[in-house]
Design a protein around this ligand. Sequence first.
Ligand code: SAM
Length: 466
Amino acid sequence: MSFFPKIRLRKEVEEYLRSAYHNSELLATLGEEEAEQKFLRLQNHLSHPPAFTTVRVNTRLISIENAKQLLSEEIHKQFPSVVIPIYEHHQLNNLLLIPVVGPRRSLKQHPVQVIVGAQCGNAVLRGAHVYSAGILSASKWMKVGDEVSVYSDVEARCKRGATEFDGTKVFVGNGISELSRSEIFCSNSPIKGKGIRMTEPVYLSPSFDNVLPGYIFLQNLPSAVVSHVLNPQPGERVLDMCAAPGGKTTHIAALMNDQGEVIAMDKIANKVEKVKQKASVLKLNSIQAFCYNSTKAVTPDSGDSQGPGPPFPPESFDRVLLDAPCSGMGQRPNMSCALSLKELTSYQPLQRKLFSTAVSLLKPGGTLVYSTCTITLSENEQLVAWALTTFPCLQLHPQDPRIGGDGLMGAGLSPDQLKLLQRFDPSLAELHDFDINDGTLEDQDRTLLANTDTIGFFIAKFVKQG
Ligand code: SAM
């Protein structure tokens, strides 16, 4: 069923990830062949988009019914020739599911070709148009108004400005050129802006950039699970340590009915502005955002509090979310990843420092949720194993809702401990061609598909003993 080739990875990275799926604990249960199949399925899924685009509705400002209606109108504007249904997720309040229709296997390809970088190709599969900065090569004769076929340069071999490209390329859809070749590559003043308006992407995935601001929020399904697992209560003081762009911060504040204090920190200033903007658009007054290096967010002793912002005295928060910076290997679609092994494995020390700060800042009896959007053992289950040894005050806690699978074997955690983790593992889903007839899918099957065919993600919940 695979439409695209599996994700391209550097050899050393592929071997590193494979070794996680071939660790001795897992091999003893699955056997060599099944472990390899699981790893191959994972690689295949990573190059394809998840089965649904998921949107969280801000029900403080709009009802689900109204949001569905306005979204339907927007989707119809973007894809007038098809009717794309919108479903509610039955376990996650306020989350809407929009099927990603495709792959459209019968699209005709045009002689005028445009090659784009792999990141740009991934964005096209998520509903983006092609901007001139992402274009690497265009046929010699390409002019404004031409019907063109767009390909992703998955091996990063195409030279910018080339007229032809013989390397490996993956077709991502058709569009109309809004700029000529010379306007894109003119050496004096190349024109910036939209280069190709995509009319027939291989996957129909609506773009929600600036659509219904304040009413809806684009959020991957596992990310929408995290704030529920944290379970913040009105009136509490909650810390989101790595908050930008603010998807989970705003969800946390909404779950608290905007009552209490949500402190959001991120170390990148312009990203913090985004958190502030989101809080303001969503009319959430309980959020305060600060630009700060969260590894330094705890004062040396409890007398040193200086004001509303960081650093904070130890044991200041009822709940802490650490949605950690990570290698991002669970993101989909991702047809090509240029990360070196050194980069891939560089996150662990920072994650552990941030985690240690989180434990200090948490009140006894408080809840700490750790999450990543990656699939490596070292950033997920091994972090948990390290945390349980390093901080005897922490206990793993059951998660609600429970939508993902168990943790992956290989980090020395017991079967009971693995059951307390949630790993969203795309290798567990069936790759699915979604056509409009899938409107007939039974609710239960649709929910199962939405819950399994997600980005790769990991969640662990700890409680600090009093
Ligand atoms: N929680 C966010 C959301 O749901 O929208 C996504 C967070 S993203 C996975 C990780 C964030 O950590 C990035 O925005 C990055 O800038 C931030 N970050 C990295 N190192 C940090 C540090 N030392 N202190 C604070 N933030 C940091």
